[in-house]
Write a protein that binds this ligand. Sequence first.
Ligand SMILES: *Cc1c(COP(=O)(O)O)cnc(C)c1O
Length: 377
Amino acid sequence: MTEYENAPGDSTRSVHAGRPEARPHEPALPGPVFAAHFHLPGDVTGPYTYGRDENPTWTRLEEAISALESPGTDAETLVFSSGMGAIASVLLSQVSTGDTVVLPSDCYQATRSLRGRLEEYGVAVRLAPTAGDAQAEVLQGAKLLWIETPSNPGLDVCDIRRLADAAHAAGALVAVDNTLATPLGQRPLDLGADFSVASGTKALSGHGDLLLGYVTTRRPELAAQVRLWRKTVGAIPGPMEAWLAHRSLSTLALRVDRQAANALALTTALLERPEVTDVRHPGHPEDPAHTVAAAQMARFGSVVSFTLPDKAHAERFLSALLLTTEATSFGSVTSTAERRARWGGDAVPEGFVRFSVGVEDAADIVRDVLHALDTAK
Ligand SMILES: *Cc1c(COP(=O)(O)O)cnc(C)c1O
């Protein structure tokens, strides 16, 4: 990156991040290093000793994610086997018996499902919704504030800077789940968070072919605690997954820009349909979250959510889609959609659809959706 001292743009950074300096006869991105152990004579010295501690393929990906989440700083990133590996490692490495954690009441349901385990460990858990910065009201005496914005699946948005300032004033650490936005959509550490945490399974890697998670922080003591937790529980990514994710980063800016444009086109088309209610996408000027979102986000993600009259109507719609496949997850190059209530656990109506636009042509996605809506009537 030495030739890019003058604050390179997002595309340039996502293409070059974490790649080694060009050396004659070496590849641009060295392949995955498959090693359970490394040659290690005599005393134990780093960087590479045992495969659960460190791996050179992770190191390059970690440097790349740091360059996207927190350019121009000494931030450290740790990659994990999944988003939940990263989330659980931050929560469980930071709190102990007697502490209080504030979680969003409307966040990704597997994050909320840690509540029971935390309570069994003697950690008090308070829940408040993302919208309206309601978590600010329950910070008294908390050790950690967990934010997810935009929230999955409801797409509500909170003011990260405002909540981070309030949490720090109350003596709490702040972690932000940055999965939906990606680091090219928002940079939580610049907005005051102590941790930016995400699932790399979604838009970051973007091809629906791997699971990955990461944690980025500028505070070395916090990084050391999370690193030790990763080593202790062994929530480590395979070198192949890490390498594929790194390779995919080169197209991150292209993908998220296209998805943002497609999401806007789809939102605009859905707003015209009388049978479709509660259309949400934070990038749309009419969305209730748009003002807060636009103040802290550069791009608004691939997800559009909306509600059809009932379960049967939503199922007819999903099975009438031709281009878009029915699948969970989001952020992939292919458009996917699902009836979220089929999983249980989220406070959404039976006809609620979470739609993730891919990088197909906007006209084709919109045509597919309008055709399926007509068929489902
Ligand atoms: C998917 C998701 C996760 C969990 O990530 P995995 O890689 O599936 O473990 C966490 N947070 C959000 C917001 C998600 O969408």
